[in-house]
Every structure is written in C-alpha cells, then in structure tokens.
Design a protein around this ligand. Structure first.
Ligand SMILES: [Zn+2]
Length: 376
C-alpha cells in the first residue's frame, strides 16, 4: 500500500528544507500545510519561548473512522549541523548528501514515513482510530522541545518515536542521565614567592579524580569526565578548578550510587587538605538530564508493534540503547513510548545515509501498527 516513489520524493523534499535546532519554522510550516491538506488538525504548543525555537512543537491530530487504541507517532524536526544548503541524492537505492552536509535521515526519514502513512490512510479510507503525530523542536540540543511540550494536548495512550537506525529493532530501554559540575576552590598565591600561602585546587581535584570511576562501569552504567577548566598562570597556585561530567545508567539506584561515590571522592580530597579558614571548599551542581526509559516486555505498545510486524512476516528484535531521546521524556511524563528504527545510518556525520528499502519497510510497519490498533 505504501507508494515507494511518493515516499522517496517526500523524503527528498524534507531533506532539502533546512531545520537546524531552533530554526524549525520553515519545516513546521511545510508540515502544517501538508497535514491540513490531508484534513488533519494542526496545533502548535507554547514551548517556543522556553526552547528558543522559532516555533512550538507541532501536534497533528488525524481523526479516526474506527474505534481502537489511540496511539501517537513522534519525530523531531531539528537536525544537527552541518546542514546548510543541502544537496541530497537518491542513487542506487541509497539517499546521501554530496558530502558537505548531513543527509537529514535523522529524523526526516521518520517525518517522511508519517506523511506517507497519513496519505495512505486517507486515500484508501482504511479503518483506523484517531492518530496523533508529535513533531518536536530542539531534540538535538537537549530534548528541549519534548521537555517543554504541552502534554495536555496529547490524548493518545501510548506511542512510537521513530528515531533510531535498524528498522527491525524496537528499543524499550534507555538510560537515565545526569550531568554534574564540581568546583574545587583553593587559594591563590605566587608560586615562586610564597607557595605555602596557596592551596592548589588542581592538585586536590586530581587526587579526587584518581578515585573517580569513568568509562563503562558495568553492563548498564557509564560515567565520564568530559571537561576540566582551571588555573590562570604557571606562576600562580591555582585557586579554582571546575570539572564537568555525566553518569548514565539503566538503573536509578546505580546512577545515584556512582554519583555519590564521585561526590565523596571530592569531599574527602577537600577534607584532607583542610586548613584554618574556609578553603579549600567544594561546590557542586547535579542536573537531571533525562529520566529513565523502560517499557516492560508484554506492554501493549510492544505487543501491538510485534503483532504488526508478524502480519508482515517480520520480527522485531527488542533491544536497548545507551543514548537518551525524546522517548525518555515522553515516558517520564507517563506516556509509554518505544523507539523504532527508520534505516538512518551514520547519523550526525556527513557520511549519513538511508537505504530506500529500509524507509519503505518502516512505513509499511508503521501503517500496519495503526491498522492493528483499530483491531484492538
Ligand atoms: Zn534523532
């Protein structure tokens, strides 16, 4: 039922509309026009001032002609750079850029699929329950659209974020993540004339860092120290050093315990160098980046997708990811959501590509999911 040619043309059209984070306006307008032509209702939420984008998140409501489970499909409108003046080609069944920019399959492959599926539903008058399409802004710069989405506009019970690689995989788990900053404060002094008057903040931080675990800590937990900033000159005992890092885990307790271990290492190092007065001292900030995503097997959002896949003679492999996405935020808001692949490959690079065959397969699965939703 999927029109391969129309789907491919749509992807190419979308890929040529520039939409770096915060500049999703042109694409949002195009989508609004396209879905209005299909008879759908289009709403923008009021997230723009909070995300800094030109537009709010776009929520498209396609009314149903049958009863069934109300589901949503989600994609993000923004892309990473480089994405200016893109030239995207379809050659030998593969979409790619001319090498200067990304191809935009992340996440325009998903958007193309959603448009094609809506077209097929309308033109064939296939029985389907109401479907909501969620198009977020600023996913690539911290899931800002999803974090500021007006969830009162969403009526669907559960849904699918189309934002991963392998079209035969369904992702039901993604880690929780925090970011942190640790600031060690020592005391400045001339390094040659009176070093005894100083407290070396870098040295204290180094002592703590030796005890800080980084890398893959176990199967479901990772930690990283990504940035160190400190010191002013080689002849000054450094007064201040700032350390920035992150922890991710598929288990909340593990994440907390790794973070507490890091904090303890710094507290101990500072305490060990304690002298009279307020220095050395430690300041820290822990920021919740995104919450855990976990949808248990057996949940209807997974069952429905598996049933749809098996109708098409396919099987979906259920798997996990190490990265966060809008789906983490949806789940955190109480909207069960799993992630489906669209065929996008080598994303966030100018080598990004998309197989036409994978795009078609994704559209067929998503259409079937909606048809199955009508049957339940
Ligand atoms: Zn993406």
């Amino acid at each position: 039922m999927i029109d391969n040619d129309r789907l491919s043309q749509e992807f190419l059209r979308l890929a040529h509309i520039e939409s770096p984070s915060k500049h999703e306006g042109k694409l949002a307008q195009y989508l609004e026009g396209t879905f209005k032509n299909l008879g759908a209702r289009c709403l923008f939420d009021n997230s723009a001032p909070k995300t800094g984008s030109e537009v709010g998140n776009l929520i498209v409501k396609l009314s149903g002609n049958a009863s069934g489970r109300k589901i949503f499909l989600a994609a993000h409108m923004d892309t990473v750079e480089p994405c200016r003046n893109p030239k995207i080609f379809l050659e030998n069944g593969i979409f790619r850029s001319d090498g200067r920019t990304i191809c935009g399959a992340d996440d325009k492959s998903a958007i193309a699929v959603m448009i094609e599926v809506a077209r097929v539903l309308q033109e064939r008058r296939l029985p389907h329950p109401p479907v909501e399409f969620i198009f977020t802004t600023c996913e690539e710069i911290g899931l800002l659209g999803a974090k500021n989405l007006d969830y009162t506009l969403i009526e669907a019970e559960f849904g699918y974020a189309l934002d991963s690689e392998d079209p035969d995989q369904l992702i039901n788990r993604a880690p929780e993540a925090i970011r942190f900053s640790l600031q060690v404060l020592g005391r400045a002094a001339h390094a040659g004339l009176c070093p005894e008057k100083g407290i070396n903040a870098i040295k204290i931080a180094a002592q703590a860092l030796v005890k800080t675990p980084v890398g893959r800590l176990d199967k479901e937990t990772t930690a990283n120290i990504g940035i160190i900033r400190g010191g002013n000159a080689t002849n000054i005992v450094p007064e201040e050093v700032e350390i920035l890092g992150e922890v991710r885990s598929h288990r909340h307790e593990k994440l907390e315990s790794v973070w507490e271990g890091i904090l303890q290492a710094f507290e101990e190092a500072v305490a060990e160098h304690h002298q009279e007065g307020p220095r050395p001292a430690l300041n820290y900030e822990k920021i919740q980046d995104y919450p855990l995503m976990y949808v248990p097997e057996g949940h209807q959002v997974i069952n429905l997708a598996q049933r749809a896949a098996s109708k098409l003679g396919r099987t979906l492999q259920i798997t996990l990811t190490g990265g966060g996405s809008d789906a983490n935020i949806f789940n955190g808001q109480g909207l069960p959501c799993v992630i489906l692949g669209t065929g996008m490959q080598q994303v966030h690079s100018t080598a990004e590509y998309l197989r036409q065959e994978d795009l078609v397969q994704t559209a067929a699965l998503v259409l079937q999911i909606i048809l199955e939703a009508a049957a339940t």
